[in-house]
Design a binder for this molecule. Structure first.
Ligand code: TXA
Ligand code: MG
Length: 505
């Protein structure tokens, strides 16, 4: 079959060409089209023959159900047995948009479309070409991602052509997609809504709209692939590049060191190596190919580039891929879910277990000493050495007298406390350094070249406080008392965080 490729400008849709595309769908043929997430491979959702064609064009197992795409909320009544109240709320908030809802299916939806399940996945895409195609065809459109099963999802029409040319009637080229990873899937058929596939719309956003708890399918966040995910498609080794891929996690410095070490090893074996990096780190690697996902601060760019870059690795015929890890704040879970699959869950964790804390301020006689003494009052699950150091200590001095009075007033012994100068040798690879002020952090990083900046933290920032711990020097006893109180509150948070981190490992 010859695949016709048409170019459509989403801001100025050519109705004649779109009418032809719509007709093809209505006649039971397949048309690939852009959505805001990835390109979809569309066919008439209520025609079992069209669904079968989709499975065969993609080489997809037929027990893996398709998403039914609709253009108006009223269409949901055609495919859903009943429409849950939650579906209305989520539709109001997120449709058209990158969210797929699972509901009980109506009799109109053939088993071929749902892989024999009695539920159906429904989504209203936020893309003018996709919506136009659905309306013109007069059909509801079943559409999986328009890639060969097992390859990265297509984010450009050229990716679709690569995989499906000659197998489908038409490809609508509407330019690169916006988001780049597939929609979030939420299952509304259970008592508690459950996210089956993470995406651009996060569990927190869903839970806020629903006003109740939303859980995440444990099968998709497990550290390995031993637990079966609920969405049939999530169990396959998806999104896989041809090369063997390994993710390296940890602080920037350690990740760069480790990846370069691995690159050197594999180069000796004559392998062609790609590194997936960021704008900030792309010049730090010695690999044959270094691909940048964009700035680490720009998670939209990382999501957008991911599949394109995995395909590029295939095109460049690399043997091994080493990738940085991208646990970004908002959609990091969605990004890492895809990356872990692409890597077959091969992760090298370079993070260390810290065994020492040094509190640092200027003189070594006040805030850092109070912090150290307060820290001793709390229980750490894994014991750590706790020290206090000053940035400028000419000779050992005793604890500031007002600080001493406050500590004693709070039942803390101050015996034997003297100031000590911070030396580079104090900071090992397993030491966390906490300064009271950000200028103190800057000084440490500037002065000690061998110290990894990602081991040095401003105490208040680390625990998420806005205000730094102010220097009470020259103030009244009351000022010192307030300083003690704020240090205590901050350190309580610190201990909680350290104990939680430990639990996660
Ligand atoms: O962003 C998207 O959702 C894209 C665009 C084209 O809309 N589509 C997409 O479709 O990613 P696909 O087929 O590649 O992924 C659909 C996923 C599969 O993991 C499938 O198992 C799951 O949705 N799914 C579909 N129906 C389901 C159902 N009734 N119950 C549980 N999971 C279902
Ligand atoms: Mg897919």
């Amino acid at each position: 079959m010859e695949t016709k490729i048409i170019n459509i400008d989403q801001n100025n849709i050519d109705s004649e060409l779109m009418a032809e595309a719509g007709r093809l769908i209505a006649e039971g043929e397949l048309v690939a089209f852009p959505t805001e997430t990835v390109y979809g491979l569309g066919g008439d959702a209520l025609d079992p023959k069209a669904s079968k064609k989709i499975y065969s064009a993609k080489g997809r197992p037929s027990d893996n159900p398709l998403i039914v795409h609709i253009a108006d909320f009223s269409d949901m009544a055609r495919v859903a047995k009943t429409i849950p109240e939650d579906a209305r709320k989520l539709s109001d908030a997120f449709w058209p948009g990158p969210l797929t809802m699972i509901v009980q299916k109506s009799d109109a939806v053939p088993d071929a479309t749902t892989g024999g399940m009695d539920t159906v996945a429904v989504r209203m895409p936020n893309h003018p070409i996709a919506l136009d195609l659905i309306r013109r065809s007069g059909c509801l459109i079943a559409a999986p991602s328009a890639n060969t099963s097992g390859r990265p999802s297509p984010t450009e029409a050229a990716h679709v052509a690569e995989d499906l040319s000659g197998k489908i009637a038409m490809i609508i080229d509407g330019g690169p997609v916006g988001i780049g990873i597939e929609s979030t899937i939420i299952d509304l058929t259970e008592e508690t809504p459950m996210v089956l596939r993470p995406g651009y719309i996060t569990p927190a956003m869903l839970s806020e709209v629903l006003g109740r708890e939303v859980v995440i399918d444990p099968g998709i966040i497990a550290a390995d692939d031993t637990r079966k995910p609920k969405a049939p498609g999530m169990k396959y080794k998806h999104y896989a590049p041809k090369a063997n891929m390994v993710i390296v996690d940890g602080t920037r410095k350690r990740v760069i060191e480790k990846i370069n070490e691995l690159v050197a090893e594999h180069k000796d074996d004559g392998k062609k190596i790609a590194v997936i990096a960021t704008e900030e780190t792309k010049d730090c690697y010695e690999a044959d190919v270094v691909l940048s996902m964009g700035s680490r601060d720009d998670e939209d760019s990382i999501a957008h580039e991911l599949y394109r870059i995995l395909r590029e690795c295939d095109d460049l015929d690399v043997d091994v891929i080493f990738s940085e890890s991208f646990s970004t704040p908002r959609i990091g879970q969605a990004i890492m879910n895809r990356m872990l699959k692409a890597a077959g869950h091969q992760v090298i964790d370079t993070r260390v277990t810290y065994d020492k804390i040094i509190f640092v301020a200027q003189s070594g006689t006040c805030r850092e000493q109070m912090a150290k003494e307060i820290m001793k009052e709390f229980a750490l699950k894994v014991p750590m050495d706790v020290e206090a150091r000053g940035l400028v200590v000419q000779f050992p001095e005793p604890l500031n007298q007002k600080a001493e009075a406050v500590l004693i007033g709070n039942g803390i012994s101050t015996e034997g406390i003297v100031s000590e100068q911070l030396e580079e040798s104090d900071i090992t690879e397993t030491t966390m350094v906490f300064t009271m002020e950000s200028s103190q952090r800057d000084k440490i990083i500037e002065k000690f070249e061998n110290v990894d900046p990602e081991q040095v933290f401003v105490l208040s920032q680390y625990v998420g406080d806005e205000l730094e711990i102010l220097d009470p020097y020259g103030g009244t006893l009351q000022n010192y008392g307030l300083c003690y109180e704020s240090l205590r509150a901050t350190i309580k948070k610190l201990v909680k965080m350290l104990n939680e981190n430990h639990q996660e490992q």
